[in-house]
Design a protein around this ligand. Structure first.
Ligand code: RUQ
Ligand code: CUA
Ligand code: CA
Length: 635
């Protein structure tokens, strides 16, 4: 047990000159809060002695070393792939800071088990998900720290994470289509829309009467209102949709298509020499919705517009076969489509899209370069200094190239546009630079996400982790500085300077995530902050209790066999990091209750006798003793 007053403790430097105001303030408060806790709970304090030694963050570029107690410079938001979650990493250390359950069930926090999370997940929700593309909301092309959005390819959903509490607060199932893959946000003037590609073409109507009329299949490009998370409109397209991105004027979004062939078999998707980039004109789409020029599909009330070839709302730009990633350069002069089956990247000059929609130029006139980089280009990131970094899946390399030089070379000038190729291990998919999808690209670090780790780590059986590599790009040459094994599957990530993210230290009692539970308590005549009460309502029993380390407000209660029991816990602790848990043994019920949060869980009392419940988030020296009994009496 560490005594904070011990003079032999290392001297604590609370002020970090490099830290954001937020970080400084939260450290000061944390220290104050801990001291108060120590006082309140005597020397048995909350088992937090080790956390009393914060130190200075000196994360200099060139090293992934962030010492014990030092803070990282960047937040990384990692998609958790088919684990269905989002993870927060600190960069450059690559330490995993937090997991945010989204489409998955999480035992530790009770996500998918609590009533509050079930409300977000929706009735009859699936227990799996497949996240690919996390992207933060923006204002004028800068991250605004408000939300992170993420797709679910597995069950055709889009979720939103609130960055102040780092929890999922909305999930929308997209109607009339299958498999949301590409996802990006509108960058300018602000994230009014989240753009989401449905990948798989399906029959319409999909009523079980048609499999073979493949020509009649189609899929949809979706615009979600970022605030309400309702689908604002859907656009029918030719071909399928893979990845998407938006420009820096707010006028356009664009998506790659690998299946212009409309094939349903692998070979068929590779038949044509060219597929396309579909460009969506947001203003024209909004005008068409306003003018009522839409249909509705049987699955919903959402306006569905026709954006197939010949439509005014879209343009189709031919690109070499089966393109994959589409990435807008910081500031928005160019976007780059990545060839995948072609060794090339295609560079579009976005200012030309106005003329394209005015029919003053042909689709291919927007292409200012189409140059070879190597085998299997999948995604491109930017340093904000005119250079691009493209993953080469088949070559297992990252290729650094200069965009303006590539344009010159495409014009026939003798210039070397490829600056360096760096081996990565092995087979990279996405990559991402620090702040690289915004106007604030700072060219410090590049993350390359490899699909295979093979021999890079200790073996853990046939299933291997993937390998996320950190590359220093601040100098002329890329330098590999860290390997990070990760569990399935960081398709993609985004990296945000810590100054952009301001999180709450404890919950606001008015937080909307438990507003439904507050309303339920009100109807029961219960004040959550003060009352410890058992309310019986037929065979439904609601047990309202508070928690303050290390005790629950109710140590014992009685129910009848077969009762449906809801336990509602309100954590009255006001000290940062003192989270309690509630677990009813042998009932599959477990949840997190962070400071000032209310959480609830419902289960059936299907076992006679004494049933213990306990706190399972370590909160105090007497955490083991934080427990109580439910007596289940014969009905
Ligand atoms: S995709 S490996 Cu799901 Cu983002 Cu490119
Ligand atoms: Cu409360 Cu552990
Ligand atoms: Ca194709």
């Amino acid at each position: 047990m560490i005594n904070p007053n011990d003079k032999n403790l290392p001297k604590v430097d609370v002020e970090d000159p490099a830290a954001s105001e937020h970080v400084k303030v939260s450290r000061r408060l944390f220290l104050g809060g801990s001291a108060a806790l120590m006082g309140a709970a005597g020397t048995m304090g909350a088992g937090m002695g080790g956390m009393l030694t914060p130190s200075v963050a000196h994360a200099s570029t060139g090293s992934a070393n962030v010492g014990p107690g030092e803070l990282d410079e960047y937040y990384g938001f990692w998609s958790g792939g088919h684990s269905g979650e989002v993870r927060i990493l600190g960069l450059p250390s690559m330490r995993e800071l937090m997991r945010i359950p989204v489409f998955n069930v999480d035992s530790a926090t009770g996500w998918g088990l609590t009533n509050e999370s079930k409300e977000v997940l929706g009735e009859g929700h699936y227990l799996n998900g497949d996240c690919h593309h996390p992207h933060m909301s923006m204002t004028d092309g800068h991250y605004d720290g408000k939300y992170v959005f993420i797709n679910d390819k597995a069950n055709t959903r889009v979720a939103r994470i609130r960055c102040d509490i780092m929890k999922t607060d909305k999930i929308t199932t997209i109607p009339n289509c299958q498999a949301i893959h590409g996802l990006r946000v509108q960058k300018v003037p602000h994230t009014k829309y989240v753009f989401a590609n449905a990948e798989f073409r399906i029959p319409h109507p999909n009523n079980g009467l048609n499999m073979d009329d493949v020509k009649g299949y189609y899929t949809l490009f979706n615009g979600l209102d970022a605030e309400s998370m309702d689908v604002a409109w859907q656009v029918i397209v030719d071909g399928n949709l893979d990845n998407t991105d938006a420009d820096y004027t707010g006028k356009y979004a664009f998506s790659t298509c690998y299946n212009s062939e409309g094939a349903v078999d692998l070979a068929g998707t590779m038949r044509a020499e060219r597929d396309h980039l579909v460009v969506f004109n947001i203003a024209l789409i909004e005008a068409a919705v306003k003018a009522g020029k839409f249909i509705k599909l049987p699955g919903s009330d959402v306006p569905v517009l026709d954006g197939r070839k010949g439509s005014k709302l879209t343009r189709y730009i031919p690109v070499p076969k089966n393109p994959h990633g589409i990435n807008t350069a910081p500031g928005g002069k160019y976007a780059v489509a990545n060839g995948k089956l072609s060794p090339t990247v295609t560079v579009f000059e976005l200012a030309k899209f106005d003329d394209l929609f005015a029919d003053k130029i042909k689709p291919r006139d927007t292409v200012v370069a189409e140059v070879e980089l190597g085998l299997g280009p999948l995604h491109t990131a930017f340093d904000g200094k005119g250079n691009a970094f493209t993953t080469l899946f088949i070559d297992s390399q990252v290729c650094k190239w200069n965009v303006e030089k590539a344009i010159q070379a495409y014009k026939g000038e003798q210039v070397d546009y490829i600056l360096q190729k760096l081996d990565v291990h092995y087979q990279p998919g996405h990559n991402h630079t620090t702040m690289g999808e915004t106007r604030d690209a700072d060219g410090k670090y590049l993350i390359s996400l490899q699909k295979f780790s093979k021999d890079r780590f200790l073996q853990c059986g046939p299933l291997h982790p993937e390998n996320d590599q950190l590359i220093d790009i601040s100098g002329d040459q890329m330098k590999l500085i860290h390997d990070g094994p990760t569990y399935a599957e960081p398709h993609d990530c985004m990296i945000v300077h810590r100054s952009k993210v301001k999180t709450r230290k404890i919950y606001d009692r008015k937080d909307p995530t438990f507003a439904g539970t507050v309303a339920m308590a009100k109807a029961d005549g219960v004040t959550l902050e003060t009352d410890n009460k058992v309310i019986r309502d037929g065979n439904k029993v609601r047990v309202y209790m508070t928690s303050i380390a290390p005790v629950y407000g109710i140590n014992e209660f009685k129910v009848k066999l077969g009762d449906e029991v809801t336990v509602i816990v309100t954590n009255l602790d006001q000290i940062e990091d003192v989270t309690h848990g509630f677990c009813m043994v042998n009932h599959g019920a477990q949840m997190e209750i962070s400071p000032q949060q209310t959480a609830s869980i419902t289960f059936t009392a299907d076992k006679l006798g004494v049933q213990w419940y306990y706190c399972n988030w370590f909160c105090h020296a007497l955490h083991m003793e934080m427990r109580g009994r439910m007596l289940v009496e014969p009905a």
